[in-house]
Write a protein of this length. Sequence first.
Length: 302
Amino acid sequence: MNPYNRRRRVLAAVTGTAFALAGPWALAAPANAADGDHDGMPDRWERRHGLDPTVDDARRDLDRDGLRNLGEYRHRSEPADEDSDGDGHDDGDEVHDDRRNTDVDDSDTDDDGTPDGDEDSDHDGTDNEDEDDSDETCRGDDDDSDDDHVDDEDENELGLDEDDADSDDDGTDDGDSDSDDDGESNEDDDDSLEDRCGRDGGEDDDDLLGTIESFDEVSGTLVIARSGADGLTFLVGEDTEISVEEPEDDRASGKHRDGSVDDLVAGAVVKEIDVDDDIDSTPPTLEEIELYGPGTGPVDDD
């Protein structure tokens, strides 16, 4: 008999406990829990969480959150949900960051009223939930459950529902809304140069901020009207970049031209704006404004 098997039999005889060997990295399942594939996760638990109890899938990562399925079982988290406690901090990050003030099954571990994802545990000026955005593989674990172009991990910061594309039922998807009234759509608020990949491929195709209500060329004051929300006021300076998206191949968009203040006419449809953070002014000064030309964008002008 193999010496290792003999030791297992002796241990079982002494303790009265039967267990299944599932590899050096697996936990032994409880004696009364069937584990047909010997992967360390009980069959009942696997079926309940969408795993296959006939396949050893302990090393796989169903939700791509950096925590393997077996780790999800060990930590009593959800293998199909990258953020089991809904605090904006991915399960894998909470487990592997070795910080006592974040717990994978407690959304506010230190009970200070701030979700763990919005904390800055290492005091480097970056929230816990954003720590890995600059170096993970194309932000691969940032899900968008409701397909509103706002990552699940960012919905809680904005008071949005990760399972509802239109959280306030105003007829505008959360990604196209501007929850903090900064003139930038929610989907763009977290975009930065440090995000190497992002999901910008197509997320901005249907952006619609509003329409120009008025523009005073003397003072540079631009007022943008928005449907179902308060208007926004900005300053257009000498260095403000103006671009216009024009139709290409009939109504297919994608062709841009340099614009001028002559394009800032009442009724012009505003796609996006960027505020110049280097200029402290009231109203804020625009660094860039992008307009839809006739025949482009989500608004049919026919």
